[in-house]
Design a protein. Structure first.
Length: 452
């Protein structure tokens, strides 16, 4: 469980600028005042030991808060984040929450909320969280405003906001020093990174880099440790692609509209969004929509950039109506349906499965009474959902799932019932029998799987 945390001093609040002399209210002050409400701080009560490229960075700068080989059982600041949707969605770096065992958190107004993992992409070091709570209607939180993707000016003033060394909502100014930089850190490699001399310290990771309009242009990532004034941020172009992948109903419930998993959306000629490849027989296709149709509005919300469509549909549940308006003026209503069983299994586990039959048991040389689901295909992970989990390297075709979440998994229907109420980001224990066909032996083992 994740929590967004912070203790806000009495003086730290969005200020009214109307009674302050105009000479003091610079563009930077206005931008900070606009951005602060949607910046969050992320911490944990327990830091887990992990082995990754950022461990040296944490050990060097957060000592003496912890010793590198010990699990910390008191509050420990991890980093920052950005509210990307007023209904409680937070974007941060994956390396920030990778260390989170039992995590705590707070918002700018001083309130604390637990949060759960939705999804992450390790190569891009991005992670999406969801706060637990009611943030509908008037309870909606302040959400980030986004610059246009690629709208960067060399030398323009930029602002970094975050939680350096636990100093919450600290602000630093700098310039945009370069863009499209190459940057590598361990297994993470970028060719389009933003470089800035705005201070990015431990705790700023996952927080926003904004321009003087107060719009998000990047997510703070890291600094060059052997230099001063060289910091890096993930550009908005990557952030949009990441969010457009994860902001789909199937990642939040068992509802789906019919987008092909992993299919990318594109901008249309009429400032709308062209639909990606659609699944045959899906609600979108049955309603008359086609691959390539340009959508300009969804449920009354204007759709003009990749993440707009996702923000309009991610909270859809089974039976909800979604109203699409096409660039042609045509209006189409679509009812969200439950994920078909094979697609539900593929979406959550990235696997194709088949039930053990007498003929299959005989062909595989297995006992007649062995019940389970044989893995017929391990589906490659989609771009922007690369988790690089060890269990994917261990599993192989022919292995048999016999237990899932503490329940027997003898049929696809039984597994489907267990998955029906699941969502992306959940961790579930699975018991698998590994088959060695050459030696004709089999070995059961347990693995913890993060659902997609």
């Amino acid at each position: 469980m994740l929590l967004l945390i912070w203790a806000v001093p009495g003086w730290l609040s969005a200020q009214s600028l109307s009674n302050i002399s105009s000479s003091r209210v610079t563009p930077a002050v206005k931008a900070v005042n606009r951005a602060l409400p949607w910046v969050v701080n992320i911490g944990t009560e327990q830091r887990l030991r992990v082995n990754d490229s950022f461990d040296l960075f944490f050990n060097q700068f957060f000592a003496p808060h912890h010793r590198s080989q010990e699990v910390v059982k008191k509050f420990f600041p991890l980093g920052s984040g950005v509210l990307v949707d007023g209904r409680g969605l937070v974007l941060t770096n994956f390396h920030v929450v990778q260390r989170a065992g039992n995590v705590e958190v707070r918002l700018f107004n001083g309130k604390s909320y637990p949060a759960v993992l939705v999804g992450y992409d390790q190569p891009n070091d991005l992670c999406l969280l969801r706060l637990s709570g009611d943030f509908q209607g008037e309870k909606a939180l302040a959400a980030a405003s986004f610059a246009k993707s690629g709208d960067l000016l060399l030398g323009e003033t930029v602002i970094s906001i975050g939680n350096p060394f636990g100093l919450e909502h600290s602000v630093s100014l700098g310039v945009l020093s370069a863009f499209n930089r190459n940057f590598s850190e361990g297994d993470i490699s970028f060719s389009d990174i933003i470089q800035t001399d705005a201070a990015i310290n431990p705790g700023n990771s996952g927080g926003p880099l904004v321009n003087l309009d107060g719009d998000l242009i990047g997510i703070n990532l890291a600094i060059r440790q052997d230099a001063q004034g060289i910091g890096f941020a993930i550009p908005l172009s990557r952030i949009e692609l990441f969010l457009s992948y994860w902001l789909r109903p199937a990642h939040f419930s068992n509802a789906y509209l019919g987008f092909q998993p992993g299919a990318a959306m594109s901008l249309g000629p009429n400032t709308g969004i062209c639909l990606p490849e659609l699944l045959e027989g899906s609600p979108l296709v049955e309603a008359g929509l086609k691959t390539g149709d340009e959508v300009i509005s969804v449920n009354g919300q204007r759709v003009s950039r990749l993440m707009d469509l996702g923000r309009a549909i991610w909270s859809v549940t089974v039976g909800d109506k979604v109203e699409f308006i096409l660039a042609s003026g045509q209006k189409i209503s679509v009812s969200a349906a439950a994920l078909p069983l094979p697609l539900l299994v593929r979406t959550r586990l990235g696997l194709s499965l088949q039930r053990m039959t007498p003929a299959l048991r005989q062909a595989m040389g297995l006992p007649d009474d062995l019940e389970g689901l044989a893995i017929s295909e391990i589906i490659p992970q989609d771009m922007f959902s690369m988790q690089q989990n060890l269990w994917r390297d261990i599993l192989k075709r022919g292995d048999i799932i016999v237990e899932f979440a503490g329940q027997k998994a003898g049929t696809l229907e039984a597994l489907g019932k267990l998955l029906a109420d699941s969502h992306s980001g959940q961790t579930v224990r699975m018991i698998v029998i590994s088959i060695n066909h050459q030696r004709r032996t089999y070995q059961p083992f347990a693995m913890d799987v993060i659902l997609n």
